[in-house]
Design a binder for this molecule. Sequence first.
Ligand code: GLC
Ligand code: MG
Length: 549
Amino acid sequence: MRLLLIFVVSVSADLNWWKTALVYQVYPRSFKDSDGDGIGDLKGVTEKLPYLKDTGIDAIWLSPIFLSPMRDVGYDISDYRKIAPEFGTMLDFEMLVRTAKELGLRIILDFVPNHTSNESEWFVRSQKSDPHYKDYYIWADGITKEADQEMLPPSNWVSHFRKSAWKYSEERGQYYLHQFVIGQPDLNYRNEKVQEEMKEVLRFWLDRGVSGFRVDAVNVLYEADPKNYGGRYPDESRSDDPSAVPDDYEYLKHIYTRDLDEVYTTIYDWRQVLDEYTSKGEYKFMVTEAYADVEHLMRYYGAEGRNGSVPFNFGLVDKVNKDTNVVEIKAIIDEWMTKMPAGKVASWVNGNHDQPRLASRVGTNRVDAMNMLALILPGIAFTYQGEELGMTDGFISWEDTQDPRACNTDDPVNYWKHSRDPCRTPFPWDGSLNAGFSTSDRTWLPVADNYKEVNLETEITALKSHYKFYRDVAAIRKCDAIQKGRLDVKALTESILVIVRWIPNAEAVVAIMNLSENTGTVDLSNMEMLTVKLKVVASGVDCNGFENK
Ligand code: GLC
Ligand code: MG
């Protein structure tokens, strides 16, 4: 009998782990280089797993590690089932999964379904009009208005990375669609074979022991069906962004290329594949990336009895900057919590490899407050590598620039406004050569200039640091009040926010953030659930009079 009970308990832990997981995004290229080629790799990640365990992380999402010509730093995949040689081998991957399991860490992979690389076998064959692969991608004839006129692309659609989203293929004599770079042809989800292929990719990695997927750029999976538009891809109309020029993605209203109804059905179908595996014991998690309004995001959770994904909640990234006050922050929290369907799980994101660093966006003095916020709110918290140290954006010259979004500006002066390289600089482990990231003469991106001050070793040695605070809060996160408790958010003034997580008559955790430069007094006596004496268990670097544990 007793054995049976233990079994039941462990199964339910495996089914619920994701609901309060602290997920850490590893950008493998910039985490730890084990072989001295200047590029981070899987062995490097494995070597540093104990660090993530000590920090209090539950699961690791790895940005793409698959075979790729790296036109969009790995988000252009040429074989979904192979590991990129610069990251290592399948054996290295298996070792990573095994070591992570031993430490109680789960591995989540990046699933990039909207597009492959143009070097993918599928695309190469599609371009040759191979009957099986012919319709794997979105192909269309160009438009010629009058007989002797120059041929134009099938529609006016613009790529996320600027200029026409259509590229002419001499070989096939047609255009293909790429919502991102030219090397990222969009797959055709109106083709049943593509749907099946992608489910097989999910199964391939689930069979190798991963705990779930972060799904890339999902809201652009479908485009308007030409069947409904006289056999043509319809032009999009002008947006109301006055500063956008015709080559800019922001120039058009994307009514035919994003957030189409079909997207959600495909997500629910993938959820079903994950459920087949969940039934074997461990819940297989899916978080979806879409930059869209909250109404659209809520649809990812599921509909009409079908389960979906957890959508990334980018509210804290999109709407919080150096000037945001706590009334506005409370509004972001309230909006998500009230619009989210009953019984679903919230998510909180402070940064990722596409966004300016937290410290650069909100100011170094707000890093602790924002990290604490994400970690204390109900649901899943995502931390991008280095945000626990308060890393800032690095300076990357035009010559060193790698990000296609910046390179595509063709503008050596203003490229940095579009570049995602500054947030992708190598992780600073210590103050030694290349911040302890690599022994190479040259790293794929230079380390940030301030690595001698902002690095893990310094922050571990310091009496107080962003890292120590993060680690303390991650430890508190394990208590029942945060794992299961109720939520109360009160803006006491424009700069003081109080968040309480509590279980009636049992336990309470209070987080107080003061976003002003001034000292303030907070009276918590009128908060009904706080009847007992409180103890300070973590305090940010700017909180005088308290020490970290
Ligand atoms: C997602 C990724 C981003 C990539 C894009 C195209 O937004 O996060 O890095 O460039 O998709 O795959
Ligand atoms: Mg390497």
